[in-house]
Write a protein that binds this ligand. Structure first.
Ligand SMILES: *Cc1c(COP(=O)(O)O)cnc(C)c1O
Length: 356
């Protein structure tokens, strides 16, 4: 049976990126040697690195005063790398979910981390809007897409201080005005590749301002100086990411991606709003285009397990909601084909019919 993969991360990848990566493992760049067996100092690999950086720059229109890094450690490593590099005394955080809280927890090792606003009162089902960013903080940290709760900051916000964004789960889903940000980071495994590589876009002039000594691996300047090859880079995840982004470019880039994502999300949200069996959990204006969270309607609470089984039988994979929200979550990142969403919608419609 055909499977439709809605996993939240790691998630579905474009088929052609997977196939090209398998071939590179067998025979990298027609060298007769596999990608996993070459030195990262070979010219062929250095070209992949520089071409991949160039593709990031092209797709997101990244200005020259920003550097693009591919590192290890996941977004979670950036939770402490960011304050280590930028925080002198104080940093401000927008608390929109578990990932934001985790980021803030790590910042507290370096100074005072303050919560500017929080949506914890309603289980992070919305994005706080009325808040004042403290001008005396070294940076303001946001999580643009809240993977677990299905809320998203869909427009670039204005910040009077350096804006730092965890874009793990919505990078490359829409155009971004990079100049509004100081640092953008994320794990690749949600929207741009497999697990194992972390992207960082950093405005270079922000670095070197803190007084603390920073261990080399945590200091962005070590990685900038060495074009992300201060130590052995995660070559395979970078390669798959490169192939994934070539696919994004072939479709028409991030503007086109945004249009496709808006249409895909609308298909599913319209069905959630129409179908009497289900309700969405996120505030409508903050609904994520990447992670669509929904639960059984109050009148059908007892049918949750039944729908899960029904959906599984129709080939749906990975639609169980995170334990802190419950119900269902369909992650419909860039690489999730519209056919998968159509199949899920059909499944929801059939389930409604079956129960009426
Ligand atoms: C998954 C996720 C993370 C954690 O990423 P790792 O690469 O596993 O450390 C951080 N932030 C957000 C928004 C996420 O979705």
């Amino acid at each position: 049976m055909k499977k439709y993969n809605f996993n939240a991360g790691p998630c579905v990848l474009p088929r052609q990126a997977v196939e090209a990566s398998i071939e590179a493992i067998r025979n990298f760049d027609n060298t007769g040697i596999g990608l996993l067996e070459i030195s990262h100092r070979t010219p062929g690999w250095e070209k992949v690195m520089s071409d991949c950086v160039a593709l990031w720059r092209e797709l997101l229109n990244i200005p020259d005063n920003y550097k693009v890094l591919f590192l290890g450690g996941g977004a979670s490593t950036q939770f402490f790398t960011v304050p280590s590099n930028l925080m002198s005394t104080k940093a401000a955080y927008l608390e929109t979910g578990v990932w934001a809280k985790k980021a803030m927890k790590e910042a507290k090792f370096y100074g005072e981390a303050v919560t500017v606003a929080s949506s914890a009162d309603k289980n992070f089902s919305y994005i706080p809007k009325e808040y004042t960013i403290p001008k005396d903080a070294d940076y303001f940290h946001i999580t643009t897409n809240n993977t677990i709760y299905g809320t998203e900051i869909k427009e670039d916000i204005d910040s009077p201080i350096t804006l730092v964004a965890d874009m793990s789960s919505d990078i490359m889903s829409r155009p971004i005005d990079i100049s509004k940000y100081g640092i953008i980071y994320g794990g690749a495994q949600k929207n741009v590749g497999p697990a194992g590589v972390t992207f960082v876009i950093v405005r270079e002039d922000l670095l070197g301002k803190v007084e603390r000594q920073i261990p080399s691996m945590v200091d962005y300047r070590s990685h900038i100086k060495n074009d992300s090859m201060f130590n052995t880079p995660p070559v395979f995840p970078i390669y798959v990411m490169f192939e994934t982004l070539k696919w994004v470019k072939s479709l028409g880039g991030v503007e086109k991606m945004q249009e496709i994502n808006q249409n895909k999300a609308a298909l599913l949200y319209n069905e959630i709003d129409r179908n009497k069996m289900f309700v969405g959990t996120a505030a409508k204006e903050d609904r994520s285009l990447m992670n669509v969270c929904f639960v059984m309607h109050e009148d059908h609470k007892d049918k949750e397990a039944e729908f899960m089984t029904f959906a599984k039988e129709q080939g749906m994979v990975g639609i169980k909601g995170h334990r802190s929200v419950g119900g269902f979550r369909a992650s419909i990142y860039n690489s999730c084909p519209v056919e998968a969403i159509e199949a899920l919608v059909k499944c929801m419609q059939e389930f409604e019919k079956k129960n009426s």
